[in-house]
Design a protein around this ligand. Structure first.
Ligand code: SAM
Length: 321
């Protein structure tokens, strides 16, 4: 499946809920009205849509949210997706609060790798960012996941007020623990303001003054560019939607928990697949609609506009990050 810019779409990110047990300052919109349950895709509908995407050439599916592990029955979804044998990988992005109790079930359902979002190792700062005092629970979840055999990658959102010391602590902790770390520039979506771009632009230089970084050629099929941190031996990734656009290599589309196919994070809502399902669309009908929607995937995002001009006004927790 290709878009009109010649990009092959092989990666689907599926949000299974717009609910989350954390309230991260850059993600959770205060007072946001949550979707009514009757508007959310059932697990069977999600499985069916994923099967259609797999038929169309999607090879990797990432389950996200909101917080995906708060969706009731989510392990059943992983088990269902494991039955779609055209997929290379089904994976998960989580805040880690529930990982301790889900890790074994995820492994049994065939999940091999998870991304855990973790912005700081300081408990007070964690509470200030996420609204809950659960850093220990997240760290325990990561430990349990690793014991269960899951490969864990840490994603840290770099905000305007993130200090270099916090980044250094995570680089050290991940490097010593054998975990990959990816630094993600905060995007002006939902409650997040337009970040100070010069700070993002200078991050790599500042890190290079404190760490010996060896560029790595390897890519993992996503937007991250990697270096090796010589002092720790750890791999460090940079995802730079603000300072260095990477849309020319974009291979992904998103499905929201209410069934909207989103072709680009920064662009307006796209096709409502849930309405089509409910109107009795066949898999063949869905394929035609998806193919023609993907054809029109926008060339790229421009998050450097003022947040009020960034479409949509939905936050990552509502779209599925
Ligand atoms: N709850 C799960 C988690 O925490 O990973 C999955 C959903 S969360 C919306 C997915 C990712 O989006 C997280 O890593 C989060 O930090 C990131 N995110 C949310 N808002 C963002 C923003 N404005 N800019 C950059 N990343 C953001």
């Amino acid at each position: 499946m290709f878009d009109s810019h010649g990009r092959q779409i092989t990666y689907l990110r599926v949000s299974v809920t717009d609910r989350c047990d954390l309230r991260c300052s850059y993600c959770a919109v205060p007072g946001r009205v949550l979707l009514e349950r009757r508007h959310i895709l059932s697990l069977e509908e999600i499985t069916r849509i994923c099967g259609v995407f797999a038929d169309l050439g999607v090879r990797k599916i990432r389950i996200t949210g909101g917080e995906p592990l708060v969706r009731r029955g989510v392990l059943t979804l992983f088990q269902n997706l494991a039955g779609l044998n055209r997929l290379d990988e089904v994976t998960l992005t989580t805040n880690g609060t529930q990982l301790g109790s889900f890790a074994d079930g995820l492994v049994k359902a065939g999940v091999r790798r998870v991304n855990v979002s973790l912005d700081t190792l300081d408990a007070a700062r964690f509470k200030a960012i996420a609204g809950r005092d659960v850093l220990e629970q997240v760290l325990n979840g990561i430990a349990v996941a690793r014991q269960a055999g899951l490969s864990v990658k840490i994603n840290m959102v770099v905000m305007t007020d993130t200090t270099d010391g916090e980044i250094d602590s995570l680089i050290r902790w991940c490097g010593m623990g054998g975990l990959d770390l990816t630094l993600i520039e905060v995007m002006p979506m939902g409650p997040a303001k337009l970040p100070v771009l010069s700070k993002h632009l200078a991050l790599r230089d500042r890190l290079e003054r404190r760490w010996r970084l060896t560029p790595l050629c390897e890519r993992t099929g996503g937007p991250a560019r990697y270096v090796r941190v010589n002092e720790t031996g750890g791999r460090l990734g940079f995802i730079t939607p603000m300072s260095a656009n990477f849309c020319e290599g974009c291979n992904r589309v998103r499905l929201t928990s209410d069934g909207i196919l989103k072709l680009c994070l920064d662009r307006g809502d796209s096709i409502n697949l849930r309405s089509l399902l409910q109107a009795g669309a066949t898999d063949e009908d869905l394929k035609q609609v998806i193919l023609s929607a993907v054809e029109g995937k926008p060339k790229g995002h421009d998050f450097t506009r003022e947040p009020s001009k960034v479409s949509p006004q939905r936050s990552m927790s509502a779209i599925g990050g």
